[in-house]
Design a binder for this molecule. Structure first.
Ligand SMILES: Nc1ncnc2c1ncn2[C@@H]1O[C@H](COP(=O)(O)OP(=O)(O)O)[C@@H](O)[C@H]1O
Ligand SMILES: [Mg+2]
Length: 438
């Protein structure tokens, strides 16, 4: 993509409405624009990151054996009346009347709808287990939408649902999602710690929030420092294996959100290993038993011919929130530092002298080669001061900057800068291409 033709409305000044760094940087880097309170449009740069994150989430759900569906954003109130949540949800639910005065709503979540879909066609234990997910916009009329897309009213969520014959089956599903979440966040360059979370009315210990430690997080969290050194991707996972050992390892040390915090247990951790900070909830796995299957009549026959309601769980990931969470975890004073896996483009190709034939010739050539190699590159072909270009590329945080200037090109050299470390190398064009395409 040529920057001269790219819609990238960056801001030089810090927007005053932004209280946390990710919101500030997303606005400054031209990634989003507020449409109304807690509702955002995604501009080209932001949309690319959103799609990258969505794709990682999708791949890891698929790998775990979960199947993608797509349910609508607008739902009928009927199912919600059956589950009892039409009243319970209160003002957070956006209620809509259609032209026939039928009560509709913009879905804040999908337990009712997916349970209804399941109940319509599944009859026997032989058709279990099932795991389904979708990635769809949700609306929750939050009292205090804030921090940009971190706590929006409209936001993109991956929500998955499991259906099993009994508790033992539901536990196996829970473990699959637990492990899939570890992998998902690690692939984005994030350290997400599973923390014991409020189980809601069901009770039990099958509720974990996946938390990114950050001072700017909304929740108070407490954990053992040891988690920061745990390695996620070290082992290959076969989802048909017993995953309990992995889950046990990841729950072996203390980690709890505010609601589940046990001060006495926390104090047993050696003081230098205690982490009491704030965190960003990027995911939530949660077993809810027969809470929805009973009222919505999602029953199956058992091997002995009995009719029983299925056991369910739901598993959410804040896809749009993750864009902000990645920035909170990876930035410096100059701007964003995208981890390679979620970067909107891999390379920023910077022509320092757009009017110069040698520079422009070399840049056009490099641009073509990178594109042919399947590398996504943002090519700054504009006639601007070098200082302004450097600042803008540091702000938007692409992993590599390939800098082409008249002096270097005369000697057949370009400069390659790694955004994360600031390390710069002078290389031949071929050597630079070899590094960024490796
Ligand atoms: N208002 C919001 N804006 C952005 N992301 C949200 C919002 N509410 C929830 N999420 C994301 O969706 C995930 C699943 O939501 P859920 O656990 O149902 O939310 P909550 O814990 O707020 O009830 C959360 O872990 C979070 O990452
Ligand atoms: Mg939650």
């Amino acid at each position: 993509m040529r920057l001269s033709a790219y819609f990238l409305p960056t801001l030089k000044e810090n927007p005053t409405e932004a209280q946390i760094v990710s919101h500030r940087l997303m606005l400054r880097a031209g990634m989003i624009r507020q449409a109304s309170a807690g509702i955002y449009s995604w501009l080209p740069l932001g949309f690319r990151v959103l799609k990258r994150i969505e794709q990682i989430v999708r791949e890891e759900q698929d790998r775990a054996g979960c199947q993608e569906v797509l349910m609508p954003t607008i739902q009928s109130a009927d199912l919600w009346k059956k589950s009892g949540r039409y009243d319970d949800y209160g003002k957070e639910m956006l209620r809509i009347l259609d032209r026939h005065d039928r009560e509709m709503l913009y879905g804040p979540t999908n337990e009712e709808l997916i349970t209804d879909i399941f109940a319509a066609s599944v009859r026997s234990y032989k058709e279990l287990p099932r795991m389904l997910y979708h990635i769809q916009w949700k609306f929750r009329d939050e009292v205090r939408p804030r921090f940009g897309i971190m706590r929006g009213r409209e936001f993109l969520m991956k929500d998955a649902y499991s259906f099993d014959l009994d508790f033992a089956g539901a536990k196996r599903a829970y473990h699959k999602f637990f492990v899939a979440y570890l992998r998902t966040f690690a692939r984005m360059g994030l350290k997400a710690i599973p923390m014991a979370a409020d189980p809601g009315p069901i009770g039990g210990d099958m509720s974990h929030e996946f938390i990114i430690l950050a001072e700017t997080g909304e929740s108070a969290v407490y954990c053992h420092k040891g988690y920061t050194e745990f390695d996620v991707l070290a082992r290959d996972v076969d989802y048909e294996d017993d995953l309990e050992p992995i889950v046990e390892h990841w729950t072996s040390l203390y980690a709890a959100t505010d609601e589940k915090h046990d001060a006495a247990r926390f104090e047993q951790i050696p003081p230098d290993q205690r982490v009491a900070t704030r965190g960003i909830e990027v995911g939530h796995v949660f077993y809810f038993g027969t809470k929805y299957s009973k009222p919505l009549n999602a029953v199956v026959s058992t091997p002995s011919g009995e009719q029983v309601p299925v056991h369910g769980g739901s598993y959410g990931i804040g896809v749009s929130r993750l864009v902000g969470a990645v920035i909170e975890a990876s930035h410096d004073d100059a701007g964003i530092i995208w981890p390679d896996a979620v970067a909107p483009f891999k390379v920023g190709l910077i022509n320092l002298k757009a009017g110069d034939t040698a520079c422009t010739g070399a840049c056009d050539d490099i641009y073509g080669k990178l594109r042919n190699a399947g590398i996504e590159v943002l090519y700054d072909d504009r006639d601007e001061r070098p200082g302004a270009k450097f600042a803008e590329f540091d702000l938007i945080g692409l992993p590599w900057q390939l800098i082409v200037g008249p002096r270097g090109i005369a000697a057949g050299k370009v400069e390659l800068k790694r955004r994360a470390t600031g390390e710069r190398q002078e290389l031949s064009i071929d050597a630079a291409l070899a590094q960024v395409t490796a």
